[in-house]
Design a binder for this molecule. Structure first.
Ligand code: HEM
Ligand SMILES: *[C@@H]1O[C@H](CO)[C@@H](O)[C@H](O)[C@H]1NC(C)=O
Ligand SMILES: *[C@@H]1O[C@H](CO)[C@@H](O)[C@H](O)[C@H]1NC(C)=O
Length: 239
């Protein structure tokens, strides 16, 4: 009896909020002590155990490998971003970070996010349903075209600028934001044509879950950095 309890408790401790016996990449919502980021995809990867489920001491390599394993997005695309992200590290080890470190404003985190509020209003890290609803209302079809994604992004930027007296959005932030839209179009769409499955994109933002149950599979063709750049350029041109 004592052994059984011990085994159950240590299994829980090992996998965060997963029930004992959970599969390695099963979705488990984070527990209250788990660290999460302002990135809906890194959070999804942690919720599926592609990254440490507690979101703590995550290494650059774990981010690069987790993105490759789950999404087939080229390390040539993810590694420079992961290295840049590590400049926010508070772990004491420059090659690891807590996911929460990524909310450091002005490194990658910026104003005018699609699903988070601006730092001026206090919380720039957690999913904000009210804000995301204003974006998702553009997603009226089964798939999100590049034009629709660009319109949703533009509308959110206009609203954020109007609401926030300290709104700071330079060319640099604009570029990050274009890349973030390009990333969801690449991962949940087709090649560089956009047309991301609306249901899958909503699940990423609203549930921080990879939509396997809804049919998502790791893309068979590698998503290259060139693909992301091409999509970001198209998002910019469609704005
Ligand atoms: C090296 C890997 C990555 C790092 C370090 C990273 C980090 C971040 C950070 C810090 C933000 C917050 C920016 C903001 O203020 O809105 C963000 C946003 C975002 N990321 Fe990631 N990310 C990574 C990979 C990915 C991948 C592979 C995807 C694929 C879908 C993705 C999708 C997004 C999206 C859609 C947003 C915008 C969220 C919003 O506007 O509310 N990210 N990311
Ligand atoms: C993170 O790493 C530091 C330094 O190695 C260690 O002291 C700490 O316990 C680790 N935290 C977690 C939650 O793993
Ligand atoms: C606005 O953002 C830019 C680029 O990230 C930064 O250099 C600048 O210091 C920011 N300005 C303010 C007032 O925060």
């Amino acid at each position: 009896m004592r052994t059984t309890i011990f085994v159950a408790v240590s299994a829980l401790a090992a996998v965060g909020s997963c029930l004992p016996g959970a599969d390695k990449h099963e979705f488990c919502a984070p527990g209250p002590k788990d660290a999460r980021s302002p990135c809906p995809m890194l959070n999804s990867l942690a919720n599926h155990g592609y990254l440490p489920r507690n979101g703590k001491n995550v290494s650059i390599d774990q981010i690069v490998n987790g993105i490759d394993e789950a999404l087939n997005l080229s390390p040539l695309s993810s590694r420079p971003v992961a290295e840049f992200a590590a400049t926010t590290s508070t772990t004491g080890n420059p090659s690891t970070m807590h996911l929460s470190d990524l909310a450091t404003h002005g490194v990658i985190e910026h104003d005018g996010s699609l699903s988070r509020n601006d730092i001026f209003f206090g919380d720039n890290k957690k999913f904000n349903k009210k804000i995301y609803d204003t974006v998702a209302k553009f997603f009226t079809k089964d798939v999100i075209s590049i034009q629709t994604a660009a319109n949703a992004r533009r509308s959110r930027l206009v609203a954020a600028q109007a609401a926030n007296p300290a709104f700071n959005f330079t060319a640099r932030e604009d570029q990050f934001s274009q890349f973030e839209t390009a990333l969801y179009l690449a991962v949940y769409g087709k090649g560089t044509e956009g047309n991301a499955k609306t249901k899958w994109v909503n699940i990423m933002f609203r549930e921080e879950r990879i939509p396997y149950k809804e049919g998502f599979k790791r893309p068979t063709d590698v998503i290259t950095n060139e693909d992301i750049v091409e999509l970001a350029d198209k998002v910019k041109a469609a704005a």
